[in-house]
Every structure is written in C-alpha cells, then in structure tokens.
Write a protein that binds this ligand. Structure first.
Ligand code: NDP
Length: 281
C-alpha cells in the first residue's frame, strides 16, 4: 500500500456501492439541511454535500433562515421535518447564531433522523456500546478509511489530539469499541509530545495549521490528519506533512484524506437509514 492514504479513492469506491443501493430502494432518500445565517464556510460544506448526494441519487433540500431567526421557529421547523415520512435525515449546519441553543436544536431532531449524530441519545448509544446509533460523519469516516485500507487498531495505542464533540470525543468512543487503547489530549495536556510519541495511531483534530511535526511522532506511526485550515498558502492540515512523512508509516494528506470520507460517510448514513426504514416499514 502507498504511504499516503488516499481518502478520495476510498470515497469514490464507497460512492459507487451507494449508487447501487440507492437504485434498489423504493423511494429516493431525502436529506433536509437547515442553514442558519450566512456563513461562507457553511456554504462550501453544503455545496460539497450536494455534489456527492446528486451523484449517488440522494435528494438534498436546503432551507436557509436569517441570522436573527427565532429559536422557536427553528425548533418548529425541525419538528415538521421529524414528522415528514419522506425526509430520511436532518442536518443543521454549524455554527449556529448565538441566540440559538445548540443543545435544544440537536436534541429536538428525531434520533433516527439525526444524521450528524449530535443528539444526546445517539451520543449515549455510542458510549454504551449499543450498535444502532448514528455518530458524527468525520470520526465514522476515519474508521471507514482505516477499514478500507485494512488498518487494525485493536490492542494498539491510539492518541487523539483534540476533544471536540464533532471529532475527538466520538472518535475515542469508536476506537474504544474496536478495542484500541485510547488517550485523548487537548489544549491543557502537559507534555503533549511525550504522549503523542507513544501513538501507533495518531489522530490530530485541533485546527492549528501544521502544528504536529516529526518531534511529536513515533517511528512507524499511522497519522490521521483531520485539520482543515485555510491559509494564505492554501489548504493545510494540522500536521506538518513534509516533516513527518519520513518518520511515519502512513499518513492521510490534506486535502483528499479525511475530508472526502466525511462527506461520503454522511451519504452512507443517509442511505443506510433509508434502507433500514424500508426494511422495517
Ligand atoms: P474545535 O476547535 O472544536 O476543537 C479543537 C480541539 O483541539 C479542542 O479540544 C482543543 O482543546 C484542542 N487543541 C487546540 N489547540 C491545542 C493544542 N495546542 N494542543 C492540544 N490540543 C489543542 O475543532 P474541531 O474538532 O471542530 O476541528 C478540528 C480541526 O478539524 C479543524 O481544523 C477543522 O476544520 C477540522 N475538521 C475537519 C473535518 C473534516 O471533514 N476533515 C470535519 C470537522 C473538523 P480544548 O478542548 O482544551 O480547547
């Protein structure tokens, strides 16, 4: 296998399989996206999702609400989508405007339609080892990528740098469910290098361009760089790719590493949900 882990190739192959599954469904899966405010970053993410969805045969409905939208209006809209049988899944694009409660919004989504897996019910299921949960697409996408290239984390030391609800924490749960020995680091961690240098698998999600260099890495480690940082020199990960390349055994590049896996995994979760709903009636 190539030292550079090709997320685009894996995502394209998964997309092909999903196309086949969608073709066998009775109804077209529908993703309802809710965008609050006019964040240009959100627009990029929504566009990427729509492009993949179209290719696979998933319909995406996007509703845009003003930045000063009332919380009640958002909750009432989510409730409408919860009740619509044609809506397979719901996503509320982050970040939310300050007057809108994250907790109220994510927990108002029917857990079976919660495509981001942010609701407390889905988070709880992930951590209690129940299998029928939906987890955030980025960490699930990372696990899909590791599976695609036959990496086995069982019994290995996994170190995650970053403890967000979107990446670090759910990734820890997923790795633990696969019998990895997991350490989570964050901005208050002391002697970070000492810990990261123990990692067989090093996952970095901090949002700091090229922060992790060879001095943080054990010889032969597998590095998963989740970071997406827009800099003057272009898109950069959280890992200094050039510095670590020689030392690691494998690494995900930025772009074309974790990014495409996030989008395709979201699609996979929609298709799986649609399929399950047709089977269960
Ligand atoms: P957050 O800002 O929510 O979390 C960052 C985490 O990194 C926090 O836990 C923070 O610690 C920790 N951290 C920050 N600085 C340091 C440091 N110097 N040493 C150790 N830990 C540190 O970010 P996200 O998890 O949402 O995103 C992280 C990165 O991943 C971003 O670049 C983002 O763009 C990217 N991303 C990429 C995705 C993809 O599809 N590829 C999807 C989602 C995110 P503390 O908790 O103590 O503040």
């Amino acid at each position: 296998m190539d030292k550079i882990i090709d997320g685009k190739k894996a995502a394209d192959e998964i997309a092909q399989k999903l196309q086949g599954t969608v073709a066998s469904l009775k109804h077209v899966p529908v993703l309802q996206v809710l965008v609050l405010g006019d964040n240009p970053e959100s627009e990029i993410y929504v566009r990427n999702k729509k492009k993949r969805a179209l290719e696979i045969g998933i319909k995406v409905n996007t509703t845009y609400l003003n930045n000063d939208v009332d919380e009640e209006e958002v909750l009432s809209l989510i409730n409408t989508y919860n009740l619509q049988p044609e809506v397979t899944g719901i996503m509320v694009q982050l970040p939310l405007p300050p007057q809108i409660s994250y907790s109220k919004v994510v927990n108002s989504i029917d857990p079976l339609k919660d495509m981001d897996g942010f609701s407390e019910i889905n988070v709880g299921k992930l951590w209690t080892g129940v299998t029928d949960f939906i987890a955030p697409a980025t960490p699930v996408g990372i696990m899909n990528l590791l599976d695609f290239y036959h990496f086995d984390v069982s019994g290995k030391q996994s170190v995650i740098v970053g403890r967000s609800n979107i990446v670090g924490k759910p990734l820890a749960g997923l790795l633990l469910n696969r019998d990895s020995t997991v350490t989570i680091c964050h901005s208050k961690t002391q002697d970070l290098q000492k810990i990261t240098k123990q990692a067989d698998f090093l996952f970095v999600a901090i949002g700091k361009p090229e922060f992790i260099d060879a001095s943080y890495v054990k010889e032969g480690a597998v590095i998963v760089d989740v970071g997406i940082n827009r800099t003057k020199e272009g898109l950069k990960g959280d890992v200094n790719f050039t510095s670590v390349l020689e030392k690691c055994s494998s690494i995900t590049p930025v772009p074309k590493g974790v990014g495409p896996m996030t989008v395709i995994t979201l699609m996979q979760q929609i298709v799986n949900t649609a399929k399950l709903r047709e089977v269960n009636g």
